[in-house]
Design a protein around this ligand. Structure first.
Ligand SMILES: Cc1cc2nc3c(=O)[nH]c(=O)nc-3n(C[C@H](O)[C@H](O)[C@H](O)COP(=O)(O)OP(=O)(O)OC[C@H]3O[C@@H](n4cnc5c(N)ncnc54)[C@H](O)[C@@H]3O)c2cc1C
Length: 432
């Protein structure tokens, strides 16, 4: 009897898992609850799909924070080069862009999805759409199949759970996998939104600045518990010294904010107060800013403050900074006193915001938390609790920064799980 493998979820991890299991000779059924495959791939990378990154392995792993080490073994077996070679075999050529980000040369996320579909179907994977899995069938500690929400039971020798996270539910990832894994005995590390915009207490100010985008600024987050000292918040992903952020009607977003967001979310959950300090002129010391302002005030004595500040920051922000400094925006700069100038320097170097929370889980680009990694083997991605059950992709407690790292984790885990689940003697001696 041919080995039967069921893959739940036709996203990045599930498509590659199904293709690989079938390539290994298994009879594979890929069950997808939506009416098409890879809806999240289609929206990824602003519909251009940032597939992976050219960062060397050690740096690559650092973009997952502490949990990155779990992926080391997998990446020794199936990493970027193997992924790109596979995609090339199915017609996708790629190009590297800023920050080592790799995209399909066509700029179309759909090409990645279609290549993975070709990989699966060319190895005769049977894809069933509108097929929502409700639970695993487990007997004597081993998975023996799945049950769909319509009651249909499908037997299998192995099952790969590739249901993704709980973010962007319109793409199909509604967190079903977490519930199923928990029912099977797995620990679910609490779900939190990652790569998510943050909300601030200074709502009216954020709203006034909505749409203002800042480049070449730096962000530092501070946490404080009770009356304790304020500490710099440790960001688990490498935060570039300078970068971009944008104001929204509820708070702050943009690359630097998204990268730091999970740490801020976790600190707030931990009961800490979180503040954000934006340095609008990171290339200058406070003294430099002081000296330059003083010089400009002398050289342009009759200019109005807001007008002069527009040479420093975008116009809307210049008006807001004048307002915050307590100095009338139309004051001629030669009338501004030294203590008032110090106030402007403080705003330019340490523009403070109180972080109150984030947009909800559904709005995060990825879901942090998920199936506890200690309960999953790092090469076969087989559950250590249920034989024959493999758990891959965002369903695992893995979340990374932007840059192609989340998709690489989904692809590598999916491929290796497919390889193990699809092979006759499932290499249990490696798995346990
Ligand atoms: C807007 C956006 C942009 C992104 N851009 C990038 C990027 O450029 N680069 C990058 O690396 N990462 C990016 N990510 C993150 C990345 O897309 C995901 O981490 C990755 O797609 C996860 O893959 P997955 O296969 O684990 O899950 P998913 O791709 O979410 O696939 C899960 C599949 O399972 C199906 N499913 C769920 N429950 C069931 C069920 N009960 N029965 C049957 N089927 C089910 C779903 O319908 C879905 O098709 C982005 C995310 C978002 C939201």
């Amino acid at each position: 009897m041919t080995r039967r493998v069921i893959v739940i979820g036709a996203g990045a991890a599930g498509l590659i898992a199904a293709g690989r299991a079938a390539e290994m000779g298994a009879d594979v059924i890929l069950l997808e609850k939506m009416r098409e495959a890879g809806k999240k791939i289609l929206v990824s990378g602003q519909e251009r799909c940032n597939i992976t990154n050219t960062a060397p392995l050690e740096k690559f792993l650092s973009y997952y924070g502490r949990n990155g080490q779990f992926l080391r073994n997998a990446y020794h077996r199936f990493f970027r080069d193997e992924l790109l070679a596979l995609l090339a075999r199915y017609g996708v050529t790629t190009q590297e862009e800023r920050g080592g980000r790799v995209f399909p040369a066509s700029g179309q996320a759909g090409d990645v999805r279609d290549a993975l579909l070709r990989y699966a179907t060319s190895h005769r994977v049977e894809i069933r759409y509108h097929a929502e899995v409700q639970q695993f069938l487990i007997d004597d500690g081993a998975v023996i199949g799945v049950q769909l929400s319509n009651g249909t039971r499908i037997p299998a020798h192995a099952v790969i759970l590739a249901t993704g996270g709980a973010s962007w539910p319109a793409t199909g990832s509604t967190g079903d996998g977490y519930r199923m894994a928990q029912e099977a005995g797995h620990t679910i590390i609490p779900l939190r939104p990652a790569l998510v915009p943050l909300t601030v207490a200074e709502r009216a100010l954020a709203k006034a600045l909505q749409g203002v985008s800042l480049r070449n600024i730096s962000c530092t987050f501070y946490t404080q518990k009770g009356d304790g000292p304020a500490k710099m918040l440790r960001i688990p992903f490498p935060l570039p010294p300078t970068g971009e952020m944008v104001f929204t009607h509820f708070g702050v977003s943009g690359p630097l904010i998204l990268t730091a967001s999970l740490a801020a979310v976790d600190a707030l959950r931990d009961g800490a107060k979180v503040t954000l300090s934006v340095d609008l002129k990171p290339g200058m010391t406070e003294q430099d800013v002081h000296a330059r302002l003083q010089r400009e005030f002398e050289e342009h004595a009759h200019r109005q403050l807001a007008n002069l500040l527009r040479g420093w920051v975008p116009a809307t922000l210049a008006d807001a900074l004048a307002g915050l400094s307590g100095i009338a925006a139309d004051r001629h700069v030669h009338t501004i006193r030294a203590d008032e100038r110090a106030q402007l320097v403080a705003l330019l170097k340490d523009f403070r915001w109180t972080i109150t929370g984030s947009l909800p889980l559904a709005a995060g680009m990825v879901t942090a938390g998920g199936v506890a990694l200690k309960e999953v083997h790092p090469v076969s991605f087989e559950s250590r609790l249920v034989r024959g059950l493999h758990i891959v992709g965002e369903a695992l407690d893995i979340a990374a920064d932007t840059g192609g790292f989340n998709l690489q984790a989904a692809f590598s885990s999916g491929y290796l799980a497919g390889e193990h689940a699809g092979s006759e003697e499932e290499l249990r001696f490696i798995a346990f």
